[in-house]
Design a protein around this ligand. Structure first.
Ligand code: NAP
Length: 332
């Protein structure tokens, strides 16, 4: 239990921008916080707590989890549940909490992929770990080749009807897969709220056809890993620092992703950020948010200072076309 009692900042909504999620009634903060790394039992709980407190104080109302976040799997939800109980009691109605199922969670044939058996059981486990009656958004985490899409979408529809989730989403689905899922969900009367794809200056596949589809269908888009797990920040400008994600054995950013070529590219991007009066992290987030079809940029942070810095992406002047062209030249 933390010694100091947390009292949220009265002015927490003054500087956050909220964007409507597709054509739904729900607005999300332009910056949302994900708990994939830095919230597991391997991490320091007080640091996780300080990050969540600062996030809420900055107007970040949306926290994104998944059954398997940790390590060990499930521990991010457990820690989040502890902090919710101790610090955020009385603020549940100001929060949008999401979780997902789709990757390996437990042994045997019912702890992975997209069956109704797995999804329903997993959400029940997630609710227990977080100490919640319901989540705001429940996602299918990745497409499953072997389960009929009708069954997976029926599981999403079911949990909404059971009152265990208010809205549903999909993640990592291609545009054709997403189009099929949207149609099935619409026919069942549980429209898809949101798609969660990977999107950053370095990974741009959603620009081809997914963003157009989402706009047409009125589905929101929350972009994960907008900083390419830290590559699009000042973290690796001079190698791989101690304590960074690429330096940790359980980190998902592998050392071999930090090549001389990628560092040179990041240095060139950093020079443009400096000219704009931003840090590279701020410029990379502003770049993701330059497209109004992006509802929210879903960031990770390992310290409160990084959060403070990243939220500073809001409020800078928009990109000029010359700046966008220069960035494209560096990326190509
Ligand atoms: N649906 C999916 O399949 C999926 C997959 C991946 C992620 N996600 C979601 O997306 C969220 C974010 O993913 P991510 O953590 O990869 O996002 P990210 O924002 O691209 O990367 C976060 C990392 O960047 C570094 N960083 C952040 N802000 C910084 C700043 N201002 N200055 C310097 N370094 C900074 C930190 O690295 P250090 O740790 O090295 O300090 C931090 O851990 C996840 O938590 C999860 O909710 C979803």
């Amino acid at each position: 239990m933390s010694s100091a009692i947390y009292i949220p900042n009265d002015y927490r909504y003054d500087n956050m921008e909220f964007r409507r999620c597709g054509k739904s009634g729900l607005k999300l903060p332009a910056i949302s916080l994900g708990l994939w790394h830095n919230f597991g039992h391997v991490d320091v709980l007080e640091n996780s707590r300080n990050i969540l407190r600062l996030a809420f104080d900055k107007g970040i109302t949306h926290f994104d989890l998944a059954n398997n976040y940790g390590p060990p799997p499930g521990s991010a939800e457990e820690n989040f549940g502890t902090i919710l109980r101790e610090d955020f009691k009385g603020y549940r109605d100001e929060l949008i909490i999401s979780t997902k199922a789709g990757y390996t969670m437990w042994k045997g044939p019912y702890g992975n992929w997209g069956s109704k058996k797995y999804l329903v059981a997993s959400l029940d486990q997630s609710l227990k770990r977080m100490g919640l009656d319901y989540v705001d958004i429940f996602y299918h985490h990745r497409p499953d080749r072997d389960t009929p899409l009708e069954e997976t979408m029926a599981a999403l529809d079911l949990v909404v009807r059971q009152g265990k989730a208010l809205y549903v989403g999909i993640s990592n689905y291609s545009a054709p897969q997403a189009a099929k899922a949207f149609k099935i969900l619409k026919e069942m009367g549980t429209p898809c709220l949101i798609h969660q794809p990977k999107y950053s200056m370095l990974i741009r596949w959603i620009e081809d056809d997914l963003l157009g589809l989402l706009e047409k269908e009125g589905v929101g888009c929350i972009a994960f890993s907008p900083l390419a797990q830290g590559l699009l920040t000042d973290r690796y400008l001079h190698g791989i620092p101690e304590g960074s994600r690429a330096s940790k054995s359980h980190g998902f950013l592998k050392k071999d992703a930090i090549t001389d070529e990628s560092i040179r590219m990041v240095q060139s991007l950093n020079a443009i950020a400096k000219e704009r009066g931003q840090t590279l992290a701020q410029m990379a987030l502003a770049w993701v948010l330059r497209d109004p079809r992006i509802t929210s940029a879903l960031i990770g942070v390992s310290t409160p200072a990084q959060l403070e810095d990243s939220v500073g992406c809001l409020g800078h002047p928009p990109f000029t076309s010359q700046e966008l062209n220069k960035i494209d030249e560096i990326l190509n």
